[in-house]
Design a protein around this ligand. Structure first.
Ligand code: ZN
Length: 115
């Protein structure tokens, strides 16, 4: 289950950030996850509740923003969003694409109870 190791790495980063900003508790963490990263939000949320148990992030919520897959056609140079995992250029029908974004897994920010 790769969501568990992802949840653990997020917690490591968040714990470090909390220490740096002298934050003792957080309410939520906002994540941006590309559709290509193959992360199941429900599974990640479940793993988050496990790894944060007995940590300062216990009880916090994950806000997951899903980012679409953006591609550029190498045949006609048009840029478009891949819909339903169909990797074909909507303009010329070519399958020769460069993926521009959609693989990211970023921690956007986190919210403390003071806000
Ligand atoms: Zn094309």
């Amino acid at each position: 289950m790769h969501e568990l190791s992802i949840a653990q790495s997020i917690l490591d980063i968040i714990t470090e950030e909390m220490r740096r900003h002298h934050v003792e508790r957080i309410v939520s963490v906002r994540l941006k996850i590309g559709e290509m990263s193959a992360v199941v939000p429900e599974s990640l949320t479940f793993c988050w509740s496990i790894v944060t148990k007995d940590t300062p992030a216990e009880g916090s919520r994950l806000d997951i923003v899903s980012l679409p897959i953006e591609a550029r056609c190498l045949a006609c140079d048009s840029v478009f969003f891949v819909q339903n995992y169909v990797y074909v250029c909507p303009k010329c029908g070519s399958g020769d694409l460069a993926i521009l974004s959609g693989k990211e897994l970023q921690i956007q920010d986190f919210e403390t109870p003071d806000f």
